[in-house]
Design a protein around this ligand. Structure first.
Ligand code: UT7
Length: 324
């Protein structure tokens, strides 16, 4: 028997304000038609003034705890993936911990930009499998609207704010791929691609938060090449084939990247969870948001094989394979 990290609850929160593509039309040389056809995005949510990443994370966390039937103090720790924390420090995760009224355990942030949730989940999975902890809340929460250059049509139409959360709990498994829970993860970074996607400010450089800069078409090419590769690698590690995948839950950056990845994996689009139209790219929040939305609709059945994959600034990319 071995320990497995099983998802026992999901939750999400989206800020109230919804912004349609048409909102950008009188501000920038862009159109609903361009955004829709090049990205699949139709609308996104933006946080209200004063609404922070940890505020979004707390609401998503409460929903996930409710779903799992747990209280905050049932948790051993919180791992929160974000690139847009409330403050330089302390970690946004500690603010979520306080906001939940959780009085025990640990809380820390993981920063791997859009791939952050996969990295955070891999981290929590390792802690659970090693026996260090039994229950971890893993959150992806972002307020990318705070680091947009609103004069740059090539980036500001793409991103949105939101948060998603999952509870990972230790359960006994047989040690083969019929077990429930996370079966394999595959993580990568390559820092030589920094200039393709970065924020032009920071604590030890400009002393400001900075704004997002991206060479979108180059990131696009890396995404199409690397995402299917990492998904295949994680499936290999789990001893599974793409034919055995029930659901692809991809990072929601661009519908064309998602379709190309699904095609490379030989998966029909009916097996792909899509939220990009309504959420835009919410960076580390996009996968847990998609998981929570699909779970809320009852789309995953016990025993289903799920693959998640993401790529973002770094470049950093990776995937996780799990059985629901
Ligand atoms: O989550 C982190 C990872 N990030 C991503 O995965 C994003 C990856 N990249 C993409 O999704 C796509 O590259 C974009 C959606 C960002 C851009 O789509 P593209 O098909 O790669 O377009 P492009 O950058 O090659 O630009 C094509 C044209 C350009 O005009 P010219 O030079 O051909 O005259 C752009 O200036 O589209 C223009 N363009 C726009 N036009 C209207 C760029 N942004 C816009 C816009 N509205 N918002």
């Amino acid at each position: 028997m071995i320990r497995r990290a099983v998802i026992t609850g999901t939750g999400h929160y989206l800020p109230e304000r919804v912004v349609e593509n048409s909102w950008f039309e009188d501000k920038l040389d862009t159109s609903d038609e361009w955004i829709r056809t090049r990205t699949g995005i139709e609308r996104r949510h933006f946080a209200a003034e004063g609404e922070t990443t940890s505020d979004l994370g707390i609401r998503a966390a409460r929903a996930a705890l409710d779903k799992a039937g747990l209280q905050p103090d049932d948790l051993d720790g919180i791992v929160l993936a974000t690139s847009t924390p409330d403050f330089t420090f302390p970690a946004a995760a500690t603010m979520v911990q306080a906001g939940l009224g959780m009085t025990r355990g640990f809380a820390f942030d993981v920063q791997a930009v859009c791939a952050g949730f996969v990295f955070a989940m891999a981290n929590a999975d390792a802690m659970i499998r090693s026996g260090q902890v039994d229950r971890v809340l893993v959150i992806g929460a972002e307020t990318f609207s705070r680091i947009m250059d609103w004069t740059d049509r090539t980036t500001c139409v793409l991103f949105g704010d939101g948060a998603g959360a999952v509870i990972l709990e230790a359960q006994e498994g047989k040690g083969d791929n019929s077990d429930r829970g996370i079966l394999a993860c595959d993580l990568h970074s390559d820092g030589k691609y920094r200039d393709l996607l970065y924020v032009d400010g920071g604590v030890s450089t400009t002393g400001t938060a900075g704004q997002l800069r991206m060479q979108g078409n180059l990131v696009f090419r890396h995404a199409v090449e690397k995402l299917a590769k990492t998904a295949h690698a994680a499936l290999d590690k789990a001893g599974l084939t793409p034919g055995e995948v029930d659901w692809l839950v991809p990072h929601q950056a661009n519908l064309r990247i998602i379709s190309a990845t699904a095609q490379k994996m030989g998966l029909p689009m009916e097996k792909v969870v899509l939220t990009v139209a309504d959420h835009g790219n919410t960076s580390a929040a996009s996968i847990p948001l998609a998981l929570s939305v699909a779970d809320g609709e009852g789309r995953f059945k016990p025993g289903d094989v799920l693959v998640t994959e993401a790529i973002g600034g770094g470049l950093s990319w990776g995937s996780a394979v799990l059985r629901w």
